[in-house]
Design a protein around this ligand. Structure first.
Ligand code: AMP
Length: 586
């Protein structure tokens, strides 16, 4: 293995990175640095995030900068503002011993005027997101005539985010003689196209194998029914008490919902997705980076800029459609030589996707069984005991109070004190898992579609209700923890199915109410909503009539008389409720 000096890195840069703790070059640096310093024209480097690629291009870029020429000489394009800032920050660190070098990040969402002023003062290296750079080019505030090197970082992400035209446009302002370095974690067809278009017989550097996930990331999955997905997520998170992870969801809505649920359930979680303002996203990212947040729930797009080391787990709340997206997600963990885990919580129908991804990354997924309540409690307990052993005791601060505490607890044996401390911490968790039903893995039979899944649930729900009620039909059951169970006098006789019932409820209840379990009966049904939505739901159905019949929605088990429950007129006529317009909104 060569040293940085042997790769040709100048002493001023070498001393700066030494201070940053870089002792030996990482493989991508060993490959890329000498090529860039030797002015190899075009290079494609396939490397995941976390492999040290920023220094691989950043160090030669700085070394090749002529600080006397007051004009942009290198242009680095990044898909997101976060990555842009990260790269610029790293380059500034590498060049701290070089006088007069100017590195400027330009990105959307911040004042364009201050960026224009900085450009006027003279800049050598521009790190830009494509949109903002085009804006500056169109305002004639930046000239790219002296640019000799272009770096496209996370090129696959840029193409996925629809920046192909912007890259075309930017490159049309740069001299043809420039060299280009393209970094990508994966090699989709579109990247091959771009390399054919812009590069002349590029040199290909592959760190790891093409389309391979990071070596030190394990891949596993849990298979659950759609309705159990969130409960399964909680189990996974509970099973890893020291998790520092990202939960990836498919849509903004789902991302927000899952984050809300986790926060409601007392987890140290928050979310980033496209519906949040930049300021909100920055705040959350700041908390996550500082480890004040244990779980970040994110969409793929919002997570693009996340460049955080030490992430222990990536959880896929469902699998993405494209392999590239999976590679990016799992590449967030197992960085800088650490191990990481990419865990997927999937539905039966996603098994095919697992097979496809296995082929692409040339690694097997482990099919795991969800941890049982007892296993989780045991793991959490031992983690707590471990912390109890290792906690740093601040003698000075507590010594004043200790005598009275000792006096108060004097009557207890050591074992009793330990039992009490542990119970204080764990009673809730133990109670929760004692009450929780174990999550069954779905079988092929019951999973033809979500609808099937839901009606299977209703059937099972009815069976369970019957069981709990000693065989009586349609008796009350307990709501899920944190939920309120409602009775509604609409059932399958009215044409209700879970989807239409959810739509109906949401149409009447202002805002968006999350609906949990639904149990459909012939003449009436039950549905559950989070406890905090109880009042909202109760207040939304007063004086609603459907084809002359008064709609009754009330908290299950609180019905004052049975008449109400059977308030469906026995006309034999099917009142259609599917269009809420037929009802009258108060
Ligand atoms: P990157 O892939 O550029 O995001 O780098 C991932 C992490 O590795 C960053 O925290 C870098 O500071 C760190 N890093 C990069 N090169 C080295 C090196 N040669 N030795 C130690 N750490 C490094």
């Amino acid at each position: 293995m060569k040293t940085f000096e042997e790769l040709g890195i100048a002493p001023k840069i070498w001393s700066a990175i030494q201070e940053m703790g870089f002792e030996q070059p990482m493989p991508v640096q060993e490959e890329v640095i000498p090529q860039m310093l030797a002015n190899t024209r075009d290079i494609i480097a396939l490397a995941q995030t976390g492999t040290g690629k920023t220094a691989a291009f950043g160090l030669p870029v700085i070394q090749k900068t002529d600080t006397k020429l007051k004009a942009p000489q290198t242009l680095i394009l990044s898909p997101t503002r976060e990555l842009c800032l990260q790269i610029a920050g790293d380059l500034i660190d590498y060049s701290k011993n070089i006088d007069d070098i100017k590195i400027l990040p330009v990105y959307g969402g911040s004042s364009i005027n201050s960026q224009i002023k900085a450009l006027k003062r003279g800049v050598h290296v521009i790190v830009a997101t494509p949109g903002r750079l085009i804006d500056l080019i169109n305002r004639n505030t930046v000239s790219l005539d002296n640019v000799h090197s272009i770096v496209l970082d996370e090129a696959d992400e840029m193409l996925q985010m629809g920046f192909t035209d912007s890259i075309d446009e930017i490159l049309s302002h740069v001299p043809d003689t420039r060299s280009m370095l393209l970094f990508s974690a994966t090699m989709p067809k579109e990247i091959e196209k771009i390399t054919r278009k812009y590069m002349k017989t590029p040199m290909e550097i592959i760190i790891g194998r093409k389309n391979e996930g990071a070596q030190n990331v394990s891949h596993s999955y849990y298979m659950v029914n759609a309705r159990d997905k969130y409960l399964a997520l909680k189990r996974v998170v509970d099973y890893y008490p020291n998790i520092y992870g990202i939960v990836f969801c498919r849509t903004r809505k789902e991302t927000q919902e899952i984050a809300d649920q986790l926060m409601n359930d007392g987890y140290n979680a928050d979310t980033i997705h496209g519906d949040l303002s930049q300021a909100q996203r920055d705040l959350v990212m700041g908390k996550f980076r500082n480890r004040n947040l244990q779980i970040l729930v994110a969409t793929d797009v919002a997570a693009r800029g996340i460049d955080v080391d030490d992430i222990t787990h990536v959880i896929n709340y469902g699998l993405p459609d494209e392999f590239e997206v999976y590679a990016h997600r799992s590449g967030r963990t197992g960085r800088v030589g650490k191990t990481g885990a990419s865990i997927s919580i999937i539905h039966l129908r996603e098994r095919g996707k697992v097979k496809q991804i296995e082929k692409m990354i040339n690694k097997k997924f482990e099919h795991k069984q969800l941890p049982k309540g007892d296993d989780i409690c045991e793991k959490q307990l031992f983690n707590f005991v471990d912390q109890l052993e290792k906690v740093k005791v601040n003698d000075e601060e507590i010594s004043r109070l200790l005598p009275s505490i000792f006096k108060k607890l004097d009557w207890l044996q050591k074992e009793d004190v330990i039992k009490r401390i542990v119970s204080l911490e764990f009673n809730r968790l133990i109670e929760y898992y004692q009450a929780a039903e174990e999550i069954e893995e779905p079988t092929d039979r019951g999973s033809r579609s979500d609808r099937d899944d839901r009606s299977a649930r209703s059937d099972r729900g009815r069976d369970r209700d019957r069981r709990r009620d000693g065989g009586r039909d349609e008796g009350p059951r307990r709501a899920e923890r944190g939920y309120t169970r409602f009775f509604i006098n609409l059932g399958t006789m009215d044409g209700a199915n879970p989807g239409s019932l959810m739509g109906f409820i949401n149409d009447y209840v202002p805002g968006k109410v999350r609906i949990g379990r639904i149990d459909l009966m012939k003449n009436f049904s039950f549905f559950e909503v989070p406890e905090e939505s109880t009042r909202q739901v109760l207040g939304s159905f007063n004086d609603v009539f459907i084809e002359g019949r008064k709609l009754v929605v009330e908290v299950a088990g609180e019905s004052s008389n049975n008449e109400k429950r059977n308030s469906r007129p026995k006309t034999g006529k099917k009142p259609s409720y599917s269009s809420p317009k037929k009802g009258r909104r108060r």
